[in-house]
Design a protein around this ligand. Sequence first.
Ligand code: UDP
Ligand code: MG
Length: 307
Amino acid sequence: MTKVSIVIPVYNEEACIVETHKRLVASCGNDPSAVELIYVNDGSRDRTQKILRDIAQTNPCVKVISFSRNFGHQTAVSAGISYATGAAVVVIDGDLQDPPEIIEKLVAKWREGFDVVYAVRESRKENIVLRFMYSLFYRIMARLSYVAIPLDSGDFALMDRKVVDVLKKMPEHNRFVRGLRSWIGFKQIGVAYARDARVLGESKYSIMKLFKLAYDGIISFSFVPLKMVSVAGFVISSVAFLSIFIVLFFRIFTEYSIPGFASTATIVLFLGGVQLLSLGMIGEYVSRIFDEVKGRPLFVVDELINF
Ligand code: UDP
Ligand code: MG
């Protein structure tokens, strides 16, 4: 019998976790030789760890990795994947927005011979602004990225052991797991599903965290922002160069000279703005390089249960 590992990152999910576990067991069973449920407690400050301990005590198929603090969703996912022992690994949110019943469909496709089966959100139930932002992000990402990342697919996916082994060897700290997964290749396929609304607890992704994720995605998988900086520089210098000629022409060959404190100030402000923006863009890349170079461990484990 081949074992499937299921990785569930959880952060302050005391409201959901019992229900999540019930539905996971209902759809995947709890035979430790067939399934392994790895909960990654990402430094929760509520009763999540206590509830997980209780669940793990009575369920031999449950394993718990507990971080020393909050390291972020992508890191929690990576940690779970690196501890997984199954022939395939499924990543699923712990808040029931990804219905556990879909796992069966992912596994079926895997048995047909696919190495990565990702769930594609056909619909989602967040508010309209957020939905628009998500949709916009995936479309910008598709334009900019040098790997083809499928539209509207998140971390909810199944990966074969050979994909997992490559993923584990990728040491990057600013992890955009769905991008890395696409980068690896092999036979990939999508399965459509309807993403549920969050019923229990509330989203742990603040707007800032979402922006960080979007930035990580774009900067880890695209050089377009850097190229845009040089293109902008080139265009603006060309315009400036031309205007010098025009100004000189009027001054020398005609009796008019172009007056204008206002226009000078505008140009200076404009150039200052573009320069700051460009520096900021470069800073985004540099800060990530710095982060990688430091080579700190991805996460710190506080407690392991049932390993
Ligand atoms: N999560 C995590 N660490 C974090 C933020 C979120 O492990 O720093 C978990 C969270 O418990 C949930 C999953 O990641 O299981 C997705 O988070 P959430 O539902 O809050 O994000 P959303 O669905 O709103 O994008
Ligand atoms: Mg959610």
